[in-house]
Design a protein around this ligand. Structure first.
Ligand SMILES: O=C(O)CCC(=O)C(=O)O
Ligand SMILES: [Fe+2]
Length: 695
């Protein structure tokens, strides 16, 4: 058995390390990396659970991931399409272009991503099947479970999918949270019963349009099929009189890895996107603020409102419309003139009728391109086929460009593979990127060339009789003449109602994200300020929002930090403690980790200072709150919050506000360096009692 370390520590750059291990299953190569970022797994699970909850609450019918699962959800449906595309391109493709190049692994270009859920109260197991994918990534996200093993029973092409199972094809794989497996879609597999707990897996079916296109023309290159292989070998041996030897190659790749960057990025981007969206909605006045109760999405501000529903029929325009349509369908030569005016703009006519168009103002003309655009919008893609044959040429060209790119990637993959093999003498042993023995260099080269030739000459070599068929008509997109408008109106209403529900839910969710963020900030603040559970805090979540007002901020900070902590307290602490206790810097988010001081430590320090002070003096708040002037005649800096209780200090505070924080700190330090006599003179060290007695 080979252990292959896939170190995905650099996002998208995999390092392969080959280690020869004791012979176990020669046919299986394993990639082992450690965990699949637990936080990412957790987040995904909670997102899925939320989604499930929402489905239950709204009684919404959703499309389940595939025909065999009754639980789980299509991730592309809830905003993860881009993320999963990245996962496919930047992660799966690096692996598959080497190990599954024969099924287009070098050019995976689309995906279907979903989660599946198993448990006694969910889907229990999954039948024997092949996936509708070229390559599948299956990641075990959680939670706790027993059972649920994956069983693999050999790869088969469509013709042999139900063929027998050979002993060497039997492979069982136990899911572990954080571990993933990559296999060909045509690898027959199933999942045994999850006997307790819940198992949730992320499945990414990755497809290659290049490969699918090629398969349309030819399928005798499908070397992976265990049954085809045997047949070919039998034939070859019958011809050459040799003994068939069943060669084993890679069948699947097991990964347990750190996709650290990927998971982190997902987490970060998702939150940022949500908050940004929330702010946008707030700007558009679609949400009031995060503190108002649940609100319904109100789309009355959107431009296309009810009026749109009332479609006005104008016989003149109807005739013009049909006439234009016929001209286009019949490819009327008049259309060659780009400036041909097919009919007057309905909207501008209507407006004119209502007297809203100023006299002499030119009516908007409608050109062929406008009509085409409108027809496309109304009739769907079907119409485009009739209207413009050039489109096909363009499609063809982009296809060839894509093929070229695919070919280049393929060559890169081959070079990579060669380099890899060259760097390690053991690699060829039992390994084969195409499920054939690659110990023979010529053979692998021959197969690569063959594969390339198949792609490049698929139209020339016996493929001419087959015509590519793509579905042209998309259900529901074709315009029906009778009562179509009625239906359009109804479906528009339905769509709007759906949109309203969706938006209301979305706003609710975004508000929660926002609230969560603000509560987190507040929690941090309370922690820093040493404000315990249930204790009052001068700031509330609202203070964390809005424009930054430094004076207001200072005032609140003073109150927060100084209510229970006076200048006197501060004077007895050393710099290190002061740094912990006056933690304004800690509020700068970029420093939060470095400056974190646990709440109990702050409390402990404060208590210690208090008892120290009690021993030294019995001074009350008015002593701490009232200060004489320093030698420069300036008011002595007051960190204490006594100004709120002491009107006298009000004016002093005005002066203080103007002082910079740095200045105040400097003064405080100077104060500490004062000679004992000066300190006495300034009442700094004089116990209150003594002072009173003297008085
Ligand atoms: O349950 C699993 O882990 C396998 C799921 C699977 O094979 C599939 O959904 O195609
Ligand atoms: Fe599957």
């Amino acid at each position: 058995m080979y252990l292959i370390d896939v170190n995905a520590n650099q996002y998208g750059h995999l390092e392969f390390k080959y280690k020869k291990k004791e012979q176990a299953h020669k046919e299986y190569r394993k990639y082992i990396i450690s965990n699949y970022q637990p936080r990412f797994c957790e987040m995904l699970i909670s997102e899925v659970e939320n989604f499930e909850k929402w489905i239950r609450e709204t009684d919404f019918e959703i499309v389940r991931p595939n025909s065999m699962n009754n639980y789980g959800a299509v991730l592309d449906d809830f905003g993860m399409e881009g993320t999963l595309d990245t996962l496919m391109k930047d992660f799966v493709r690096h692996i598959s272009k080497v190990y599954f190049a024969d099924v287009g692994g070098f050019d995976l270009d689309s995906h279907h991503g979903f989660v599946v859920e198993y448990g006694v109260d969910r889907d229990v197991d999954l039948g024997f099947h092949t996936d509708d994918s070229e390559v599948t990534l299956n990641v075990c996200l959680g939670k706790q479970f027993t059972g649920g093993d994956l069983f693999f029973r050999g790869m088969r092409c469509e013709d042999h999918v139900n063929g027998q199972i050979y002993p060497e094809e039997v492979f069982d794989f136990s899911h572990t949270v954080g571990r993933a497996i990559v296999h060909r879609g045509r690898h027959r597999h199933g999942a045994s019963a999850t006997t307790s707990g819940h198992r949730i897996n992320l499945i990414l079916w990755c497809r290659s349009s290049v490969y699918r296109e090629l398969k349309e023309h030819k399928n005798d290159f499908l070397e992976f099929c265990g049954e085809c292989k045997r047949e070919n070998e039998r034939k070859a041996c019958a011809l050459h009189g040799c003994k068939p030897a069943w060669k084993k190659g890679i069948t699947l790749v097991i990964i347990s890895g750190k996709i650290v960057e990927f998971a982190k990025r997902y987490e970060h981007n998702k939150k940022r996107e949500d908050l940004q969206r929330y702010e946008e909605l707030k700007l558009k006045k679609l949400v009031e603020d995060e503190f108002s109760g649940p609100e319904e999405y109100d789309d009355s501000s959107s431009e296309d409102d009810e009026e749109d529903d009332v479609i006005k029929f104008d016989p003149k325009h109807e005739v013009q419309f049909v006439d234009a349509l016929l001209k286009i369908r019949n490819n009327d030569p008049v259309l060659k003139n780009k400036e041909v005016e097919l009919f007057d703009d309905v909207a501008s006519d209507d407006v004119a009728e209502e007297g809203k168009v100023k006299r002499g103002e030119k009516k908007k003309k409608v050109y062929l391109k406008d009509v085409n655009a409108n027809l496309l919008l109304e009739n769907g893609a079907d119409f485009a086929d009739v209207a413009d044959d050039d489109d096909d040429v363009e499609k063809d060209q982009s296809f060839y460009a894509k093929m070229e790119a695919g070919r280049k990637e393929f060559l890169d993959a081959v070079m990579w593979l060669e380099k890899d093999e060259g760097s390690n003498g053991n690699v060829n042993d039992g390994f084969d990127g195409f499920d054939i023995d690659v110990s023979d260099d010529d053979e692998i080269m021959w197969r690569q060339e063959d594969f390339e030739r198949e792609i490049n000459f698929r139209h020339q070599e016996g493929g001419e009789d087959r015509v590519m068929v793509h579905p042209r008509k998309i259900e529901g997109s074709v315009r029906k003449v009778e009562s179509a408008r009625q239906r359009q109106r109804e479906s528009k209403k339905e769509r709007e109602a759906e949109r309203k529900i969706e938006m209301t839910e979305e706003i609710k969710r975004l508000k929660n994200v926002k609230k969560e963020e603000m509560n987190e900030k507040l929690k941090k603040f309370r922690e820093i300020a040493g404000i315990g559970e249930g204790e009052d805090c001068v700031l509330d979540v609202r203070d964390l929002e809005g424009d930054f007002d430094p004076e207001e901020y200072d005032r609140k900070m003073k109150k927060a930090f100084d209510d229970k902590f006076y200048t006197k307290d501060i004077l007895v602490v050393d710099d290190k403690e002061l740094n912990q206790l006056i933690p304004l810097k800690k509020l700068a988010t970029y420093r939060e980790d470095e400056f974190h001081v646990p709440y109990n430590k702050i409390k402990e320090t404060k208590q210690r200072i208090r008892s120290q002070l009690k021993g030294e003096s019995s001074s009350g708040p008015d002593n701490g709150g009232k200060r004489s002037k320093n030698d420069a005649g300036k008011p002595v800096k007051q960190v204490g919050g006594a100004e709120t209780e002491n009107p006298e200090s009000e004016t002093q505070n005005e002066g203080e506000k103007k002082q910079s924080r740095k200045q105040r700190r400097k003064e405080r330090l100077q104060e500490l360096k004062l000679a004992p006599t000066r300190r006495m003179a300034y009442n700094l060290d004089v116990p209150k009692k003594k002072k009173k007695n003297k008085a």
